[in-house]
Design a protein around this ligand. Structure first.
Ligand code: ZN
Length: 70
């Protein structure tokens, strides 16, 4: 009964210099659908500020597991 298929793509944002995961709904896309420009759109529309803020908060919340050298 799953008529919507989800694919998780790992995309690279050159602005954030990081990979991020993007869930993409592949629902009713044509068989010859070219996913590449579509994925490029996600990178282009990446909310760098929000993403970097979230990473910072995650690092703060995650404690000092990977504390950088002072
Ligand atoms: Zn970004």
């Amino acid at each position: 009964m799953a008529d919507a298929s989800w694919m998780e793509y790992e995309l690279f944002c050159p602005v954030c210099n990081a990979h991020f995961k993007q869930l993409v709904v592949l629902h009713k896309v044509p068989e010859d659908f070219d996913i590449t420009p579509y994925l490029d759109g996600f990178v282009k529309n990446h909310d760098h500020k929000a993403w970097q803020e979230a990473q910072r908060k995650k690092a703060e919340a995650g404690g000092s597991k990977d504390e950088p050298e002072a």
